[in-house]
Design a protein around this ligand. Structure first.
Ligand SMILES: [Ca+2]
Ligand SMILES: [Ca+2]
Length: 347
């Protein structure tokens, strides 16, 4: 796809530094971007490698993503979302089911829309690419037509759409109102690294995104190194009672009792408005290669020494920057400083 010139190679070498800076500024959206880029590259690879036996040459699909919300702004993590693409010139409608779930705080639906260069194998399976065909797009949530005028910002739903190859549409917010008793839960929680002997807390959110009240309970499947916390103390269960539009925050505490790279549990929500499970995970040892560039600015410099020395004096286990433990022996110490000095000398 890209021509590999000497300048191109050079730029490629510098890229990790650039990525690192972006990663620190906005980890979530950058990760999502990486996943999407990777996916599109894979699809592109498949599309170019697989030689079709019949007519209809597949093109990289269109990718739609965004947030499904109530008019009150609560994220909806379950339900059926469908996009229908109807050719303006007449012909078969292409229906695409979206994936709905709590993927990130800002993305809870995505869909891939197949694209083909005509003549199409099956006009109801893919949009035509390169024919200047316009499509009218309608969306359905749980079988109900999504109101386009209530979603004016989503141009896809109100303007004729002409497909491009590997196009990314969104992220945009689609507002719908589920009816009846309907629960929704925030995404999975990853605590990353918490040293053995210390603890950390994060919050799950349980939403009533429906039009009727419901009750239920939240608990953890294992309750070993994770616990639900209410009023500052660990509890077996947290009661749920939510009116329409209301949110309940449930605190989860991670207190690793063993040293391991992955500890998991399941946050189980059981209500009259439906059941939802979310993974909870954490680690009590650092994994992966150590990186002396502790402040992540791309160079080993005096700031990294400053962070290391600060960690050394504060010492473990509650070191402010656990990554300063470059030799992974669970304490900021002399060998870490030696590693940093070597890396500094080699830069
Ligand atoms: Ca640095
Ligand atoms: Ca160390």
């Amino acid at each position: 796809m890209t021509v590999e010139t000497s300048t191109g190679t050079q730029r490629h070498k510098e890229q990790p530094i650039h990525e690192k800076c972006i990663g620190n500024a906005n980890q979530g959206s950058s990760n999502m971007g990486k996943i999407m880029t990777r996916f599109l590259l894979i699809v592109w690879g498949l599309a170019t490698v697989v030689s079709p036996t019949q007519a209809g040459i597949p093109e990289p699909p269109i990718f739609i993503l965004g947030s499904l919300q109530t008019p009150g702004g609560l994220p909806i993590s379950r339900g059926e979302l469908r996009f229908d693409f109807t050719p303006a010139g007449g012909g078969a409608t292409v229906s695409v089911d979206a994936f709905v779930g709590a993927f990130t705080r800002s993305v809870n639906f995505f869909a891939f829309v197949p694209l083909e260069r005509p003549p199409l194998d099956d006009p109801s399976e893919a949009l035509a690419f390169g024919t200047q065909e316009n499509y009218t797009v309608t969306a359905y949530f749980n079988g109900e037509l999504v109101n386009a005028s209530a979603n004016k910002d989503v141009k896809l739903l109100s303007q004729p759409f002409s497909p491009s190859r590997a196009e990314l549409l969104g992220p945009f917010t689609i507002m719908v109102q589920p009816t009846g008793q309907q629960v929704s839960v925030s995404p999975a929680i990853s605590f990353a690294y918490v040293p053995n002997g210390s603890q950390a807390e994060q919050l799950f959110e349980v939403y009533n995104v429906g039009t009727e009240s419901f009750s239920g309970a939240a608990r953890l499947a294992e309750s070993m190194d994770f616990s639900l916390v209410s009023g500052g103390v660990p509890v077996d269960e947290v009661a749920i009672g939510l009116g329409p539009g209301e949110t309940l925050q449930v605190a989860v505490r991670f207190t690793p009792s063993i040293r391991t790279a992955l500890i998991e549990d399941t946050f189980e929500v059981r209500t009259q408005g439906g059941d939802e499970d979310r993974n909870v995970s954490g680690a009590s040892i650092l994994t992966g290669p150590s990186d002396p560039d502790l402040d992540g600015n791309g160079v080993i410099d005096e700031f990294d020494f400053y962070i290391m020395v600060l960690n050394w004096y504060r010492s473990t286990p509650n070191i402010p920057k656990p990554e300063a433990d470059l030799n992974r022996d669970d304490i900021a110490n002399h060998p870490d400083l030696v590693r940093m000095i070597r890396a500094y000398g080699q830069r």
